[in-house]
Structure formats: C-alpha cells, structure tokens
Design a binder for this molecule. Sequence first.
Ligand code: F6R
Length: 242
Amino acid sequence: MRLIRVRDYDALCETVVAKILDRVQSGSRVNLGLATGSTPRGIYSRLVEDARVNGTSYRRVHTFNLDEYVGLSPKAPESYHHYMEEALFRHVDFPRGGTHLPDGTTANLEEECRKYEAAIQAAGGIDLQLLGIGVNGHIGFNEPGTSFSSRTHVVTLAESTRRANRRFFDHPHNVPKRAITMGVATIMDSREIFLMASGSDKAEIVARLLNEEVSESLPASVLKRHPQATMIAEETALAGLS
Ligand code: F6R
C-alpha cells in the first residue's frame, strides 16, 4: 500500500478529486465505488462544483456505494441513499439507473446481498474504490474479525461504530444495529483503491495499520495485499506514528 501524506483536509480532497476527475474526464466507462461519512464530504462538494463550473459529465460513470443501514428508508435523512442523493447524485448527470446502494429495507436481506454482489460483477467490477477508515479499522462496515473472503453481507455494527455514527442521528437509540456492506473480498476485487484518513481521531488506528501485520482483527490491513491501494492521510491522522 502506497502512502501519500498531505498537509490538511483540503489537500486530501484535492488529491482524491484529481484522481477521480482523471477517470471521469477520460470519457471511458468507469465504475466508481463510493463511501459516505464525514471524510468524503469535501470530495463530493468539489466534484459538484467542478461539474457546475467546468461542465464535467458523468454520463459514462456508474457508482456502487459500500454500504447502507438495515431498516432505514432511502428517504430517511440519516440513510446513505439520502446522503448520496444530497451530496452528489442530484447535482450531476449520472445515467438513469447508474447509481447503486444496497436496499436495507427489503424483506429478504440475504437475497439483496446476492443481488448487489451480482450487479457489481455484471457491471464489470469496480475501477476505483474510495474508502474511509473506522476508528476500529473497519472498511465499509466490515468490522474487526470479518473474514477476508467475505462478499456483500449483513453485519451487526460494533458498539464503537454505533458510537462514532451517533452524531448523524437525533438520538443514540436511533442508530441502526445492522447494515449491508460490500465484503472485504468485494472491496479487494476493485482495480484501484484509495483509503482516506482524516483527523486526529484516526491517528491511533492509522499508526496500528502501518505498524501491525495484516490481520482480520484490523480489516483495513488487508489493503497492504492489494497491488493498487493508496492511503492518503492528513498530518493529523499520521500523528500517532513515532
Ligand atoms: C461509509 C463507510 C465507513 C466510513 C468510516 C469512516 O460508507 O463505509 O467505513 O468510511 O466509518 O467514517 P468517517 O469518514 O465519518 O470518519
């Protein structure tokens, strides 16, 4: 895994946006794997601004998000469907039916996981996957202990993840207990991966990631086995390195 150190959050966003625009502006069909949460917000707002100012088109871009909560309607403000719609989808010209997130409201969640995995394969796989890192080292919602051979599946969220995501909900009790996530193997099939680390609350896990062996107890460590994985980390997130 390559490491790009950047000064601050602006530099992180600009680095990732340049990589995404390279692909999008090539005019070739591209499948992007997308993340939600705080880290990519500035990336999406810059892409929206670029499309407004420069007219960049997303007609040949298809997207697959990493995850969605179980039991939240796509219209719920805390859902990842809603997040993506507001942050990116409604502002640029993706093809109709070109944006995908797992459906966490369906009666048959196992079937939904199979369908999501099959849709990624049918689309030709993910060209460029964006990832944030959880304070416990998760990628997507693959919590510590998840098998590296996992495919899209239903997960029970770790308490540390529910705590970290409390800030997006009115009340701690409303944070869902389960989610659908791409599996570790699904993520590893991506042709290129960017792991973004922003802020001092990630310093401890980033230090562990860089110092420790690859292990299922630290899901993000699997990226050290990927031939085209890059971590882009701000100085604050690297502060735990001695
Ligand atoms: C979000 C996701 C998560 C987040 C991670 C970091 O779709 O899959 O793995 O990327 O929890 O979240 P932030 O960026 O809010 O610190």
